[in-house]
Design a protein around this ligand. Structure first.
Ligand code: PMP
Length: 406
């Protein structure tokens, strides 16, 4: 399937505006992706026609809301190749999904002197929940180091898989470097040793097909808002056997079967992990977003973005004085860079005056900045709606930055 970015771009109302009198060039999809009309309409339609609380009433609206929520779960399950919709737990986002695994699975399986293995390119949300767990349990966090380009050093990763490793938690695609990790290898090496694997897929879902069945991981976390759905909804996928064995982590309504003051029994999977009123509209929006990218074709989106990434890398390095941070063998969606002698925040502020939205800072991955000896980077990140013209505008904007500092 060939991909028409200009046509897709027309689906995103927010992109068609000016900021500071210049056409908006949005290059911050790794922070949050914009929403197509199809998603905005699905959410509006839900609130205009079907809104009610789910699973709790017999009247029409509640039945429709429940059906919409469960249909969204089925769409997610099919999209990521889950064996059963029961394996899809709706959460607020990647952060909450990882905390759920740490607080539920982690508390049961990690004890004193045990180890959790992560990589040197994790987002803070795949570091801090494990540090909290390690502190509580007297366990250790081990970190697979990165090479100069931004790839995990596989021999080191393998060496760090020890008889005490209780879990590997690794990012599928890095938000700071763009590295697409060889997660199949991570998983194969861990599984040989019966070590479960969690993948942080926040930056993978928008850019490529993901199939948890063929990956063979144990847990997969992602956020709706990065994949063109609303903020506030996300997914933890886990094998049903894990979910069934795991204790609940938050108590309240929805997650119970029966409650007395003496004893509570818990609802079945996945509801056991969905305490309280869920974000039904968010789930509906997520279902619509996944159908939207399926309609465009994920392979076609990936090919379009790969072409853009190559174009952008050549363009930026051709400018001189630009150092790309992250030149891994396989990359998706991210151009992180520093400009000789100019602080990234100054670059970002001047680009904003040119209508260009990029992120500057540590991208919630401070250890990555430390590894490459920079306090921050400028990050231009791509979505399916970006075009060569956006990257040309970025290059022109960097020219303006240069002039101001000349
Ligand atoms: N992991 C990665 C790789 C991310 O890029 C992000 C968001 N920047 C997160 C986790 C956290 O996602 P959220 O804030 O949506 O929970």
């Amino acid at each position: 399937m060939s991909f028409d970015a200009a046509k897709a771009r027309a689906d995103f109302p927010i992109l068609h505006q000016e900021v500071h009198g210049k056409p908006l060039v949005y290059l911050d999809s790794a922070a949050t992706a914009q929403k197509p009309r199809q998603v905005i309409d699905a959410v509006s339609r839900y609130y205009e026609c079907d809104n009610a609380n789910v699973h709790r009433a017999v009247y029409q609206l509640a039945e429709r809301a429940t059906r919409a929520y469960e249909d969204a779960r089925a769409i997610v399950a099919r999209h990521i190749g889950a064996a059963d919709p029961r394996e899809v737990v709706f959460v607020r986002g990647t952060t909450e999904a990882i905390n759920l695994v740490a607080q539920s699975f982690g508390r049961v399986h990690v004890g004193e002197d045990d180890e959790i293995l992560i990589t040197g390119m994790e987002h803070h949300s795949n570091i801090v929940p494990w540090q909290l767990l390690c502190q509580e349990k007297g366990a250790r966090l081990r970190v697979a180091p990165l090479d100069e380009r931004g790839d995990v050093i596989l021999e080191e990763y393998e060496k760090l898989l020890s008889p005490r490793t209780r879990l590997v938690a690794a990012v599928h695609v890095s938000n700071a470097l763009g590295t697409v990790n060889p997660v199949e290898t991570f998983i194969a090496l861990a599984r040989e040793r019966n070590i479960p694997v969690l993948l942080d897929g926040a930056q993978a879902l928008p850019h490529m097909p993901v199939d948890v069945g063929s990956l063979g991981c144990d847990f997969y976390a992602f956020s709706g808002h990065k994949v063109f759905a609303p903020m506030g909804i996300g997914v933890l996928w886990a094998r049903a056997a894990h979910l069934e064995a795991m204790p609940p982590w938050q108590g309240g309504g929805e997650m119970i079967a029966s409650v007395t003051f003496e004893k509570t029994t818990f609802n079945e999977v996945p509801y056991k992990f969905e305490a309280g009123t869920p974000d039904v509209a968010g789930a509906v929006g997520l279902g619509a977003a996944l159908q939207y990218v399926e309609g465009l074709g994920l392979d076609a989106i990936a090919a379009h973005e790969a072409e853009l990434l190559a174009y952008g890398s050549d363009l930026l390095t051709g400018l001189g004085g630009v150092e790309l941070i992250g030149t891994a063998r396989r990359k998706a969606g991210v151009l992180s860079f520093v400009l000789d002698g100019i602080h990234p925040h100054d670059v970002g502020t001047i680009l904003d005056r040119e209508g260009i939205a990029v992120r500057t800072g540590h991208h919630c991955a401070q250890p990555v900045m430390d590894r490459y000896g920079v306090p921050a980077t400028v990050r231009a990140s791509l979505g399916l709606y970006n075009t060569r013209e956006d990257l040309d505008a970025l290059a022109r904007g960097l020219g303006v930055v240069r002039e101001m500092f000349a």
